[in-house]
Design a protein around this ligand. Structure first.
Ligand code: LLP
Length: 451
């Protein structure tokens, strides 16, 4: 049978041992399942660190060549725990948070406030107060009313560093729900104007009008799971143009421009992730050209990759239960393979139609393959983990099955649907395992139920 391990979409620490069992950083999935149970998210620590370092080095090198500095913020929404925040910070990244909860994790990890950013289109007063109290390096404001609220919470003696999130009209990414810079959605302030100042320009002027705020820069995030990098270049030019217009108008040249996250990864065998070295060079060349055309000095830049840092580093380990052949209208047979998790630990197939790859990982497969659909244990027919995949014809109850590239937006979007406790996150490095987030128990769930 065809087996893809090792190689993308699996993390670099994934290999198949001689006995057929797959190992992650030297630990057999059989050991992982025996020690931690299934389902479990397994995170390859060295792979996370290498991707964090790889993005930072690629962008630092490419931007140094055009004479600009750059900071890389890890977008914690992809998956944030105390350990992961520390790993990425040790690799030289800062941490981007989008809620008070994510901010709390970053602070618990000991990340200095100055290295944390806070996003959010509807920040509460408590979130704003906490961010100011922690001395975050930047609050990315998302509306005109929020500018006044942040200013009211800050003081002239300690002005809040803010960036204005703008939308450039560039529509990029894998699905409408994860594209964020087209006009008809909730994020940011548009740079387009029907007449008079655009909402983005109004916001920049509003920030400058308040002495309790320090206008740090302009922020643009265009979408997620982007595999065509041209959108970044178009958006960057639009942001640099807005920056130049603000300077002409007010004499203020903002220091920083953030180009957001969204760097796409491989989910299926044969898919090709964006290469950080390539994209860093292309974006650097493009912003250099734009700044030259506009006759403005380059700002300091920042980016916010999330998925590209943790996505490929994670897999989900399940145990197979019921296996059921179903005859399709066209005469083919699809084998429904039920696993012990499902849409509560990975909502992405149901929410976005996201495609994943799975393999039987606990043993060698001696037979041919069958067309399979991996499904969960929830009370919904849409509870699909992998729409279509070839699995060994003798796939059976008790088999260990792994789904690749679930490190981003798996645990972070998990739910307790059907009162299913959420799986643990187990890190593996150099042959050793460590639980980063423990498995939820029924007692955890019942503790919330006051009767
Ligand atoms: N920065 C901002 C302002 C963002 O809104 C996002 C993602 C990121 C950075 C990180 O994007 P990444 O590099 O991870 O693509 N839950 C969806 C993705 C939604 C992302 C929302 N914002 C998914 O599962 O695909």
């Amino acid at each position: 049978m065809t087996t893809f391990i090792p190689g993308e979409p699996w993390s670099t620490g994934v290999a198949r041992a001689a006995d057929g069992a797959v190992t992650v950083a030297g630990v057999s999935v059989r050991t992982l399942a025996a020690q931690h149970g299934t389902p479990a998210y397994v995170l390859d620590e060295a792979d996370v660190r290498a991707r964090a370092r790889g993005y930072r080095r690629a962008f630092e090198t490419a931007f140094a060549e055009i004479g600009a500095g750059i900071d890389v913020y890890y977008a914690g929404k992809a998956f944030l725990s105390v350990a992961v925040a520390r790993w990425v910070h040790e690799e030289g990244l800062r941490v981007d948070t989008s809620t008070g909860g994510e901010l709390a994790v970053a602070l618990r990890a000991g990340i200095p406030g100055a290295d944390i950013g806070l996003h959010g289109n509807n920040k509460s007063d408590a979130e704003i107060a906490r961010a100011l109290d922690a001395g975050v390096g930047r609050i990315i404001v998302d509306s005109l009313v929020e500018i006044e609220r942040v200013a009211d919470a800050a003081s002239v003696a300690h002005p809040a560093p803010v960036m204005v999130r703008v939308t450039t009209g560039v529509h990029a990414g894998g699905h409408e729900y994860i594209s964020t810079a087209h006009e008809d959605q909730k994020f940011g302030l548009s740079i387009a104007s029907a007449d008079g100042d655009s909402p983005a320009m109004q916001a920049l002027l509003a920030v400058l009008a308040r002495p309790e705020l320090r206008l740090l820069g302009i922020h643009s995030h265009i979408g997620s799971q982007i595999l065509d990098p041209s959108g970044f270049e178009v958006a960057a030019r639009a942001v640099l143009t807005l920056r130049a217009q603000l300077e002409q108008r007010t004499g203020v040249l903002v220091e920083e421009v953030d180009l957001g996250g969204g760097y796409g990864i491989a989910y299926l065998p044969g898919e090709v992730a964006l290469d950080p070295d390539r994209i860093a060079k292309d974006v650097a060349a493009s912003v250099h050209a734009s700044a030259t055309d506009l006759g403005t000095p380059l700002p300091r830049f920042s980016i916010e990759p999330g998925r590209a840092i943790v996505g490929p580093a994670g897999l989900t380990l399940y145990t197979v239960g019921t296996v059921k052949p179903v005859r399709l209208d066209d005469g083919r047979v699809r084998t429904y393979v039920s696993v012990d998790g499902g849409m509560s630990d990975n909502i992405r197939p149901a929410l976005y139609g996201a495609r994943y790859h799975a393999e039987v990982v606990g043993r060698h497969a001696s037979t041919g393959t069958v067309l399979a659909r991996v499904v969960g244990k929830h009370c919904e027919s849409g509870d699909i983990v992998v729409h279509e995949v070839q699995l060994p014809a003798d796939v059976r109850a008790g088999d260990l099955l792994a789904v690749a590239a679930t490190g981003a937006y798996g645990r972070s979007m998990a739910s307790n649907y059907n009162h299913v406790p959420r799986p643990p996150v187990v890190a593996v490095v150099d042959g050793a395992t460590r639980v980063l987030v423990r498995r939820e128990t029924e007692d955890d769930l019942l503790a919330l139920d006051l009767g």
